[in-house]
Design a protein around this ligand. Structure first.
Ligand code: ZN
Length: 324
């Protein structure tokens, strides 16, 4: 994009607020059902849903199949930063949905996924609440190997031990981070581990868990949920990069994650940045600056005042083209 006047240009926005395109850093377009195969049609629909809500950049931390090359070539599709397939060691994740790999083969597979995606890989670092997480030494070896080729590592963590192992292994992003020990937050800030709590998906389940029959799993889940909002606020205050990811369907709902981040105690501006300029910078894309990509959304009213307006920009401009 450029900021100086362009002779003969069409005026497409006259006043209001401009933001760099919205970002969802945790979304899994392509299939939304364990029984349904990953399909190009579903992928196109999911990405179109994101774009129509002003989400012009997504990171896919795991998918059931590699993101096909046509996505990058189609100017109507949001930009996609992929982490390749989910990397699942035995007993962790839905069998056959991601890339199943032995613990001994994980480092090699992680490097492969990072090389063939957008530089990210995604490791399922824990799964069942009462089973052991991926050992820290293995995850640390993944981080070393992937960093050595210039890649980055995202880790799914929902247990205290899994979150601890991931942070101590030095992953680049902690996805979910349920049961995160707040004592680890300073380490996250020091080493640059971002926090992607995906509150929308947990928040949507909270009432169901509260109403569930008492069980060890219910107690575990609710304790984890209750810790999440205070942890997010503490992380933000400590200087951790907190980012907006939905991890849920339909696609195009990152505004709900912004609302959750505000509920957790982020300022309206910080929560919005988590789904826009902060997320873009974290993924290596400049904001609204000369020479940066012309990906932007326009609003008639101040978007920090009402997050429910976010999915309804007055204009959506992607790669310099007006798409809505
Ligand atoms: Zn996910």
């Amino acid at each position: 994009m450029r900021s100086e006047p362009v002779p003969g240009a069409d005026l497409v926005v006259d006043g209001g607020w401009l933001l760099p395109g919205l970002v969802d850093v945790h979304t899994h377009p392509g299939t939304e059902d364990l029984d349904a195969p990953f399909s190009d049609d579903v992928l196109r629909r999911h990405l179109s849903d994101h774009r129509d809500a002003g989400v012009l950049l997504v990171r896919t931390p795991g998918s059931a199949a590699p993101i096909p090359g046509w996505v990058d070539e189609d100017p109507d599709m949001p930009r996609v930063h992929s982490a390749g397939r989910w990397l699942a060691t035995p007993g962790r994740f839905f069998p056959g949905f991601g890339r199943d790999v032995s613990e001994a083969g994980l480092v090699h597979a992680a490097v492969e996924e990072a090389k063939t995606s957008s530089g990210w890989c995604k490791v399922i670092a824990d799964w069942k609440y009462d089973e052991p997480p991926l050992p820290r030494e293995i995850l640390a070896a993944v981080v070393r190997a992937v960093h050595a080729i210039g890649g980055r590592v995202a880790a799914h963590c929902q247990t205290a031990d899994g979150s601890r192992n991931a942070v101590e292994a030095g992953v680049d992003s902690l996805e979910h981070g349920m049961h995160l020990d707040p004592a680890l937050i300073d380490l996250m800030a020091d080493q640059g581990t971002a926090f992607v709590p995906t509150l929308s998906v947990f928040g949507a389940e909270a009432d169901r868990w509260r109403a569930a029959e008492p069980s060890a799993r219910r107690d575990w889940w609710l304790a984890g949920w209750e810790g999440m909002l205070p942890n997010i606020r503490a992380a933000q205050e400590a200087g951790v990069t907190v980012l907006a990811g939905t991890d849920s369907f339909p696609c195009g709902t990152v505004a709900s994650e912004v609302e959750w981040l505000v509920r957790a105690g982020l300022s309206a501006e910080a929560a919005l940045g988590a789904a826009s300029w902060t997320a873009r910078a974290w993924l290596g894309l400049p904001g609204l600056v000369d020479g940066g990509p012309a990906d932007l959304v326009a609003y008639d009213t101040d978007p920090t005042l009402n997050a429910s307006m976010l999915p309804h920009p007055s204009r959506i401009i992607l790669r310099g083209r007006v798409v809505a």
